[in-house]
Write a protein that binds this ligand. Sequence first.
Ligand SMILES: NC(=O)c1ccc[n+]([C@@H]2O[C@H](COP(=O)([O-])OP(=O)(O)OC[C@H]3O[C@@H](n4cnc5c(N)ncnc54)[C@H](O)[C@@H]3O)[C@@H](O)[C@H]2O)c1
Ligand SMILES: [Zn+2]
Ligand SMILES: [Zn+2]
Length: 342
Amino acid sequence: MKALVKEQAGPGLTLTEVPEPSVGPHDVLIKVLRTGICGTDLHIHAYDGWAQRAVRTPLVPGHEFVGEVVGTGADVAEVAVGDLVSGEGHLVCGTCRNCLAGRRHLCRATVGLGVGRDGAFAEYVSLPASNVWVHRTPVDLDVAAIFDPFGNAVHTALSFPVVGEDVLITGAGPIGIMAAAVVRHAGARNVVVTDVSEPRLELARKVGAGLALDVSARTIEEGQRELGLREGFDVGLEMSGRPEALREMVANMTHGGRIAMLGLPTEEFPVDFARIVTSMLTLKGIYGREMFETWYSMSVLLEGGLDLTPVITGRYSYRDFDDAFAEAAAGTGGKVVLDWTA
Ligand SMILES: NC(=O)c1ccc[n+]([C@@H]2O[C@H](COP(=O)([O-])OP(=O)(O)OC[C@H]3O[C@@H](n4cnc5c(N)ncnc54)[C@H](O)[C@@H]3O)[C@@H](O)[C@H]2O)c1
Ligand SMILES: [Zn+2]
Ligand SMILES: [Zn+2]
């Protein structure tokens, strides 16, 4: 089958022929239809410091996909040939305390699809049946391809109640934009999104952000004044991974405010902890998606009319992966999707 492969230590990916993945008794074989390109894939493509530590070659990257089940292992009962599925890219151990208690998203030995084992940038991918989400309601294929990052957005956005609350989202990357759409849909009052990229802020406005603020030109405090907020934000969603964004967020929260942090900083940085203590803020780290409560929410949100189509701004055949990766790396648009059937 054709696959995009990180063949050796160094930048780039190669489109080449590799054997189809093997299918164990608990696995399903999936014909990949579309895949999303994630920041993780950009790191692997560039082979930066993180990728050099995290990845062993050869590797087929890719963890955001939608596909059709074309084969099932002998012990698979709940997934059938012909099912349209997206994949949960965190493979859990099944035996640690959290896994045994059903809190699989808190597994201490998670392996990442397309990072720790071969992933979805291929014509076929194999996955444990317990890692697939069957789409039981009609869903746009491009949207189904990005269920993994959509899940990051939903997991973060619904971490704290948002009905009637004023929500600050720092970072208008694809995930921040989806989070803005989710909190708007879920009934937040003011939704403020910050970034330093005007095209991305424009996308945030498109999905319903009341105020999309360029923090290279204006402060969040000015944004608060413009909206008539007097006491600060109730809920903060950090989705940039940038130290200055978290610091600004902490400074602009109301007392008792709650912050969910998805953005992954690349290094340690100082934060005003005295402010966190005296404002009695709650900070919660978010990794991945809850299995499978987040997935249930995602399907239900879409069924209820949440529109994610503006988030997808790039569509390419897998053959044109170089152009697709370049667009994703430019970081000025939304999500870029590869079509594996075209
Ligand atoms: N915890 C998890 O499970 C998980 C999963 C996926 C992604 N992530 C992380 O979540 C974050 C968002 O993902 P993404 O794919 O949307 O990333 P992205 O890199 O596309 O988006 C980050 C955005 O932050 C903006 N930004 C830069 N400086 C800023 C500032 N000072 N204030 C506000 N915004 C600023 C950038 O311009 C960019 O648009 C990244 O940090 C990513 O690594 C975490
Ligand atoms: Zn991803
Ligand atoms: Zn575990």
